[in-house]
Design a binder for this molecule. Structure first.
Ligand SMILES: NC(=O)c1ccc[n+]([C@@H]2O[C@H](COP(=O)([O-])OP(=O)(O)OC[C@H]3O[C@@H](n4cnc5c(N)ncnc54)[C@H](O)[C@@H]3O)[C@@H](O)[C@H]2O)c1
Length: 400
């Protein structure tokens, strides 16, 4: 395939950077992946991967073996640079741009006039302009292109999803679009960098606000003695209503983080987005209070906690409200039976004498209270007759 980019560098070889590097390398581009993590570099150069993502190992293996992908610690010259480093928040929900600044400063010495620099990290509005300030004052094309892939389906979505490509100038946007068109089958829609930055934050805030509505409904329904699952099922029969499902909170490192970037940038006018974050962040405490209320009436109870991950059928526990709830109970010395079919061992914070990882069957046999925290498919097969005698707090409506 003919395209104008012979050599591209990807800075940050994690869940986003590594698939991007591998897919470019399998489309005839020479790719230099850069990371500060030596273990990641060594693993990739052996044709293996250090993260979990279906089918990525085979793609990285073939890209490395064909000589089109290599990983290095120190940046080298290329025609285009894609930055995919973390953007967490720090104290007071303030965005932490230090990784982007460090990445920019690390590539600065190898940049040449005419290079294209694309920022992919989820970023507050105005970050691409800041990136330009951290780069040398030579003729560079600078653009922002957010990543919207779903972990577990990255290789399919990185190709099929539409891309929003925002340039600091229309020419930067066009050049970045040309680069993505090497492997993207979805549409590449160009705009300015600020709109592209806001697009990604808007998508995740939209989800967060809608989940907050469902979570608030669940608490209202508890007070009014209404089954929230039935309520939502009935309300969703209206042709223009589509309420999401409540849960024990919102986790992961995107939806629970990105809305704060909007709140931080425009605090006086993002009241709904901030309140949604607060509602979702308060939900684990609400569930904990429900559990403690039930435990008051029990002597030396054993509590079965079903699920630790931040959503169903995955092993990712980052920012997981389920984990937060179980950690709190563990700190209060409650005897816990933890069932998490997607993990082999308990996270370090739960490796305590009174916390035991166990099978669904064992938990059902000895628990005095069941707290369902994640709607893993495996939990929906639990024999309902076993549940009749045990009190349940079902935060996901699996047994509803
Ligand atoms: N993972 C997702 O599902 C997802 C989806 C959409 C957007 N994003 C966004 O993409 C960005 C990257 O996320 P991720 O999940 O790939 O993170 P990650 O933690 O998996 O990977 C980031 C990589 O960057 C490396 N790194 C940090 N500083 C560096 C530097 N100065 N130079 C070179 N490498 C450096 C780290 O060692 C790590 O390997 C974030 O902004 C995230 O919000 C992630």
């Amino acid at each position: 395939m003919k395209h104008p980019f012979k050599k591209v560098s990807v800075i940050g070889l994690g869940y986003i950077g590594l698939p991007t590097a591998a897919i470019l390398a399998t489309h005839g581009v020479e790719v230099v992946g850069v990371d500060v993590n030596k273990h990641a570099i060594d693993t990739i150069n052996q044709g293996k991967i250090h993260i979990v993502e279906p089918d990525l190992d085979a793609m990285v293996h073939s890209a490395v073996m064909s000589g089109m992908l290599k990983a290095v610690l120190k940046p080298e010259k290329a025609e285009a640079f894609i930055i995919a480093v973390p953007t967490p928040f720090k104290e007071g929900h303030k965005p932490d741009l230090s990784y982007i600044e460090a990445a920019a400063k690390s590539i600065a010495p190898v940049l040449e006039p005419g290079n294209l620099i694309i920022l992919e990290s989820t970023s507050p509005v105005g970050t691409t302009e800041k990136l330009a300030d951290w780069l040398p004052k030579i003729d560079l094309d600078i653009a922002y292109c957010p990543e919207r892939v779903l972990p577990g389906h990255i290789l399919r979505e990185i190709v099929g999803n539409d891309r929003v490509v925002g340039g600091l100038t229309p020419k930067s946007a066009e050049r970045a679009k040309q680069l993505y068109q090497i492997f993207v089958k979805g549409e590449c829609l160009t705009t300015d960098a600020r709109t592209a930055e806001m697009t990604k934050l808007t998508e995740n805030s939209f989800r967060d606000v809608n989940i907050a509505f469902a979570n608030e409904l669940s608490m209202i329904c508890d007070e009014l003695n209404i089954n929230v699952w039935e309520l939502i099922r009935l309300a969703n029969r209206h042709p223009r209503v589509n309420i999401l499902q409540p849960g024990p909170g919102v986790g992961g490192h995107c939806i629970a983080v990105d809305p704060w970037f909007i709140v931080d940038s425009a605090p006086n006018v993002s009241r709904l987005i901030k309140t949604a974050r607060e509602v979702n962040d308060s939900k684990p405490h609400y569930v904990l209070a429900q559990v403690k209320e039930k435990l008051k009436k029990m002597k030396n109870p054993k509590v079965a906690c079903l699920g630790l991950s931040f959503k169903a059928d995955i092993d990712d526990i980052r920012e997981s409200p389920a984990l937060e709830i179980v950690e709190h109970l563990a700190k209060e010395k409650v005897d816990l039976l933890v069932v998490e079919p997607h993990l082999e061992t308990l996270p370090k914070t739960l490796q305590l004498p009174h916390v035991k990882m166990t099978s669904i069957d064992e938990a059902m046999q000895s628990a005095d209270l069941i707290v369902l925290l994640v709607n893993h498919r495996k939990f929906s097969h639990i024999d309902r007759s076993l549940l009749r005698a045990i009190p349940i707090i079902d935060t996901r409506g699996v047994f509803a």
